[in-house]
Design a protein around this ligand. Structure first.
Ligand code: X8Z
Ligand code: ZN
Length: 602
């Protein structure tokens, strides 16, 4: 399961966890060997099992059909059982008696599980098939009205471009028909995985997930809340301004002046990033003077060109080019002849150099950013491939999500000029528009990044009962994001299931962390290269010193507690939201001015 991270970065517990079809003896049955011998064997067996599972998962994600699901479920089941057995056996060794490298591997074996099965083949089998089924349901989901059918990708595009609130509301509701059938499966999955977590000595799956950050699980939850407390004023100011501008555009009947913002009006199916409503909310006198989506179109860039441009950025930092197999095996474009899981992911199928991304690329600014995000995963995966298999992972999962985004923060106007996409740099006075656009994507995301796992933690612990799944979801959506459902919801709905990471069983707090870390990383790298000036204008493009800093940290994998990796990159040992606050300081002043006569809050 650990491999969930390393292998398919996002794609689910399933894929990455999985494996070994063979007649591997149960490690728990072995006569007790030294801890060093034990981790050696674990590295070997788990890496084989993970590779097997990854091949199967690639297949089931890029050809959704009954056979690929069966093969993949089987491989996941085997990998999962093997990981659980190793985790249990690891707990029989006293870490404090081992040399540091062995102790670290024992620790990682015990914690790096996302969806542990109880040690029972039948339960493990059920768990695997449920996961695959939900992911396939999501991947092949669509909405049809009397006129036509819409894939999720069609709907996502309409959300980005359309201001027809009636159509948006219809599609918002329509897409959410994908998930009610998942509800009983999800409930079952929670039960089995909770039993698995309890077998491993955790109170429930929530405690296991929160234990993966080199600190006590409750301390982690508190730290996350504390970070949220620091950025919340910025979010509230943004919500207030956006609400008011949407009200101006749509009128009181569609977009109320006060309270929560109806979730279908924010340019995104989940209201998680709001960059697509930039035109409606931009500062009047300081337009962002270019639109990257238009520049991509004007330059006639293909999907492949977008990926090549991303690769070139990493090359400019000194990273080796991607292997030929990356170009041969990746999925860049949505195939027309079959169903696939379009949600973007990055893979290292053999955990060495079989790097791939799987996307259904749209030729727009949003996916240009996602391409960099995914490539960040691939370069990280390759950087730590010299570590023992058990330590091939990020310092923590937020780091994995932050690398590509950190690089993408350097897609500044000056970089676009260097690329030849933009003729000249816009004047500094127009930066407010640039910052607004960034805030709509980065600040707007924060409460969503937080609440997805707030919901899951409560579900896993039983605090949200199965009969309240949807109610619990909307309470969090309303409280944290200040958005509301545009149509009535009830327990006939299962809205969390309409967001990929729930059926895909991918933990989500990682993105909240990453959205804070990426600014911290960006600031540290800009300091490193001697940049002086506003943080949002800094680009590390072409700077191999910045590249080396990244490479050094990334090569550590998960061999050290994450504060060590943080220190290697930034000189700091803690998560620090002050960088994101610095970055947006000019926008915050502007928002405060705009909001001074408005009643903010919800
Ligand atoms: O799932 C992703 C990546 C793959 S790890 C495309 N992200 C989250 C999402 O789409 O919900 C990136 C940001 C948040
Ligand atoms: Zn990612």
């Amino acid at each position: 399961m650990k491999k969930m991270i390393q292998t398919a970065l996002i794609a689910t517990a399933l894929m990455s966890s999985a494996a070994c079809q063979s007649v591997t003896p149960n490690p728990a049955d072995n006569a007790k060997v030294s801890a060093r011998e034990f981790v050696k064997k674990a590295n070997q067996e788990l890496s084989e099992a993970a590779e097997n599972a990854s091949h199967a998962a690639w297949l089931s994600s890029t050809y959704i059909n009954i056979d690929s699901q069966m093969v993949s479920a089987k491989a996941f089941q085997e990998y999962n059982l093997l990981s659980v057995q190793y985790a249990k056996k690891a707990a029989t060794y006293d870490e404090s008696q081992q040399e540091a490298d062995v102790a670290r591997q024992l620790k990682r074996l015990k914690l790096d599980l996302v969806l542990p099965a109880p040690d029972d083949r039948q339960e493990a089998k059920k768990l695997a098939s449920i996961g695959l089924k939900m992911e396939a349901m999501y991947g092949s989901g669509e909405y049809c009205n009397d006129e036509r059918c819409y894939s999720l990708e069609d709907m996502v595009k309409i959300f980005a471009e359309s201001r027809d609130s009636k159509l948006l509301k219809e599609l918002w509701e329509g897409w959410r028909n994908v998930s009610p059938p998942m509800r009983p499966l999800y409930q079952k999955q929670v039960n089995i995985a909770n039993a698995g977590a309890q077998d491993l000595g955790f109170a429930n799956l929530s405690e296991l997930w929160r234990s993966n950050y080199d600190m006590a699980p409750d301390a982690f939850a508190q730290d996350v809340d504390a970070q949220w407390g620091k950025v919340k004023p910025l979010y509230e100011a943004l919500q207030c301004h956006v609400r008011s501008e949407l009200n101006q555009h749509y009128g009181n009947d569609v977009a109320p002046q006060s309270g929560k913002i109806p979730a279908h009006l924010l340019g995104n199916m989940w209201a998680q990033t709001w960059g697509n409503v930039y035109e409606l909310v931009k500062p009047e006198n300081s337009e962002q003077s270019y639109d990257l989506t238009e520049l991509i179109a004007e330059a006639g860039m293909t999907e492949m060109d977008m990926v090549k441009t991303g690769e070139a950025f990493f090359s400019s930092l000194g990273f080796e080019p991607l292997p030929d197999t990356f170009w041969e095996r990746s999925q860049f474009i949505k195939p027309r002849d079959r169903e696939v899981v379009c949600h973007a992911s990055a893979w290292n199928v053999d955990n060495v150099d079989d790097l791939r991304i799987k996307m259904c690329i749209k030729k727009d600014a949003e996916d240009f950013q996602v391409v960099h995000h995914e490539l960040g995963h691939n370069y990280y995966q390759r950087a730590y491939n010299q570590q023992p298999f058990i330590l091939r992972g990020a310092a923590n999962d937020g780091f994995h999500e932050a690398i590509g985004d950190t690089v993408a923060l350097s897609i500044t106007p000056s970089y676009l000029v260097q690329l030849g996409l933009l003729e000249e740099e816009p004047p500094v006075e127009e930066d407010l528009g640039y910052l607004m656009n960034m805030a709509l994507n980065k600040i707007a995301f924060l409460p969503f990044g937080l609440l997805v796992d707030k919901w899951r933690w409560q579900v896993f612990s039983g605090e949200i009962a199965p009969e309240d799944y949807n109610k619990g979801w909307w309470k969090l959506r309303e409280d944290y994001q200040g958005v509301s459902a545009p149509v009535d919801r009830s327990e006939r709905n299962f809205d969390p299931g309409a967001k990929y990471h729930i059926p895909g069983n991918t933990p989500y707090t990682r993105y909240f962390l990453a959205f804070i870390q990426q600014f911290q990383f960006h600031r540290a790298l800009c300091d490193e290269i001697g940049y002086e000036g506003p943080l949002h204008r800094c680009s590390i493009y072409n700077n191999t010193n910045a590249g080396e800093k990244l490479q050094t940290m990334m090569a550590m994998g998960t061999s050290q507690p994450w504060p060590d990796a943080m220190e290697a990159l930034t000189g700091q040992r803690e998560l620090d939201a002050s960088a994101i606050i610095d970055y947006f300081a000019p926008l915050m002043s502007w928002l405060e001015e705009q909001n001074k006569d408005r009643q903010c809050g919800w």
